[in-house]
Structures are given as C-alpha cells and as structure tokens.
Design a protein around this ligand. Structure first.
Ligand SMILES: *Cc1c(COP(=O)(O)O)cnc(C)c1O
Length: 357
C-alpha cells in the first residue's frame, strides 16, 4: 500500500537544472573536470537523488566521505558503471566489499594502509593516494614521501589518483600547499596518476585553474551554497525547502502557544500563529526561532520550533494553504541562526520528502 503524502506538508525541492548548470559553470570557467562531493546526504539534498541526476546528465565520477555513502549511491543499479571515491579509511573487514565492487575507489591515508591494500590484492587503479601537509586529519605525511616513492617504484605502481586537502585560511599558506603538492606529485611521477586534485569550493575561488590539477573537488558550490566572504557569481541555489501553511490559529485570547508563554516568544502581543509541518524532529533546528521565513513572498517571524511543528507570527491576511519558504536565502542562515548552512541542511531528515523539479 502506498500512502500519499500528508496534506500541506513541507518538502525539499531539488532543481536538476540549477545543479547541472552550477557544475557546467565551474567546468567552463576553470577548464577542469569536476569531482562532485556527495557526502552528508549530498549536503542534505538526498544522495540518491543527486547521484541519479548527475548520472542521468552523463557524470560518472563522485566522491563521498564514507563507504556506506558509496553503498547508498550503488543501491541505484544503473550507477554501477561509475566510480565513487571514498575519502576516509575503510576497515580491513571491508576489503572484500571493495574487491568485489569495481565502482568503489579507496583512499590510502597512510603508507602502511597503501601497503596493506596492495598486499591484499586491491588494484592500484582503485586507489587514490591522499597526501597530508599538516592538516592532521587524513593522509600520507611528509616524512613518508621518500619511502612512498621507493615503494611505488619498486612495485612499479600506477594509481587512479592522488589528492590533498587545502586547510589553510590564509591565501599565501594555501598557495604554498598547492606548490608543495605539485612538487610532491612531480617527485612521485605525475604519469603514475590519472587524477590529480586539491581544491574544494573555496580553493577553486581563490586559486582558480592550477596547472597540474586534472579535477576540481567542490561540495558547497555545486549546490550553490555560498559561504559568506566567498561568493562565487553564477551559482544558483539547488534546494528549496517549502510547502504550505497547515493552519492559522487566533491566539488573541490565549496566554500560551504550545506550552510556551506568548510573552517569551515575541515582544509583540501577537494575535495569529500559523503552523507548518516541520520541527526539530525533522532536523529543523530550534536555532531558527526568532529568524524569519517567507509566506507568499513576504517575511514573517518564526516564533517556536517544536518536535513536529513550527509556529510563525502572522497577521490576519495569512490563510491555511498559503505558500511558505524556509532557508530561502542561504547566505542569511548564519546571521539568522548562528549556524553554517552545512550544519543545517544535512540534518534535515528523510521525513521531509525530496522531490526533483
Ligand atoms: C567535504 C570535502 C570537500 C568539499 O568541500 P566544500 O568546501 O564543500 O567544497 C572536498 N574534499 C574533501 C576531502 C572533503 O572532505
């Protein structure tokens, strides 16, 4: 039995057009291929939906943080002629999964790990080396590069790729990291790697087209999620979180709104509260209280977020069924809630249906 979606619910609409235009825009502007990052449920946009859209538009390379995210993409049987790079180390117990599934590429985050992969018969064509220049999170460290070179020369290994991560906030430090990475790739032998990449979204904005790199590796930019101070013209927001007002109540004679004293929710002595069907039970954070949403295109204040519902201070013009939009301008989310857009979107649960538009 299939249940129709509840009336007046909130949905997340995913624009195929904007997603693809963002990627094509970056490809064209920087004359590089894109390795789109789909971790954290494609930054909340639905990893299944985003991978399918990308696949249908001809993209075959994806990146995720964890092995179980690659498995989510692979539940879609048509995606099985793609390649999915997993950033984080995988446990020994999963070597067989990797060997039996040609789609998955793994990262060698230490030299010992690389040796273990090779000894266990994982093809170097399925391995990307991750180099660390002091970020301390993941990657083969500087001190091991010489031994790494000896090892790959002795075994005459050629890999799917090599990459690093830009962690520096200072422009010059980032430029230095790119320089160091370029030198390292040359030292190991550039011809041993099909893919060479280091730039995430902000790295793309700051350093543009870097000579040796074959790919750019953006997350936020493909979804059109702009970081304050790092605004890239030409990108469009991919999601819309919207729906309908589920009801409006006249609360003029009441002292309370859902267990809360009205006076604690607003300085105004408000008379009408509109209810929408999303709450912190779906990952719509209480940090949204006192921020705004759009109803029929006009701004209204969010009073209260409960587990299942959110209440909005409205006037008598607002009616059940009116259009409401949340997080309509991602560049304002930090200012309104204190949270980065990457913290609020991935936690929107599967109870909120994603719909391709
Ligand atoms: C998350 C991540 C990215 C994408 O970062 P954005 O800032 O979203 O562009 C790229 N590379 C690695 C290794 C990551 O973990």
């Amino acid at each position: 039995m299939v249940f129709k979606m509840a009336v007046n619910s909130i949905k997340m609409l995913i624009s195929e057009e904007n997603l693809i235009q963002n990627i094509k825009y970056l490809e064209k502007k920087y004359a590089k291929k894109i390795l789109p990052v789909l971790k954290a449920n494609a930054y909340g946009h639905s990893i299944e939906m985003v991978s399918e859209i990308l696949y249908d538009n001809g993209y075959r390379e994806f990146a995720v943080a964890r092995l179980n995210e690659a498995e989510k993409i692979l539940q879609n049987k048509k995606v099985t002629d793609s390649r999915i790079l997993v950033f984080e180390s995988i446990g020994r117990e999963f070597f067989d999964v990797v060997k039996s599934n040609n789609t998955i590429e793994i990262s060698a985050n230490t030299l010992a790990e690389l040796k273990e992969f090779i000894e266990n018969g994982i093809s170097p064509d399925r391995i990307q080396l991750k180099i660390d220049f002091g970020f301390g999170r993941n990657g083969i460290i500087q001190e091991d590069i010489e031994n790494l070179k000896k090892y790959i020369e002795k075994k005459n290994l050629s890999f799917k790729g090599i990459y690093s991560h830009l962690y520096a906030v200072e422009y010059d430090e980032g430029a230095e990291l790119i320089e160091k990475f370029t030198e390292t790739v040359k030292y190991l032998g550039k011809e041993r790697f099909q893919m060479i990449h280091i730039q995430n979204s902000v790295g793309i904005l700051l350093y543009g087209n870097c000579d040796m790199m074959t790919h750019l590796r953006p997350g936020i930019y493909i979804y059109g999620l702009q970081e304050e101070g790092f605004f890239q013209e030409g990108l469009k927001q991919v999601f819309k979180l919207e729906g309908k007002i589920a009801g409006v109540r006249d609360v003029s004679k009441s002292k309370y709104l859902a267990y809360n004293l009205k006076t604690t929710l607003s300085e105004n002595d408000f008379n009408y509260a509109a209810k929408i069907k999303i709450g912190y039970g779906e990952g719509f954070s209480k940090a949204n209280e006192k921020s705004c949403c759009l109803i029929n295109g006009k701004s209204y204040k969010i009073l209260l977020v409960t587990m299942d519902n959110t209440f909005i201070e409205v006037d008598e013009s607002i009616k059940e069924g009116d259009h409401v939009a949340l997080y309509s301008d991602v560049s304002k989310v930090r200012e309104d809630t204190g949270l980065h857009i990457c913290e609020v979107l991935p936690v929107i649960s599967s109870r909120i249906v994603r719909e391709k538009i």
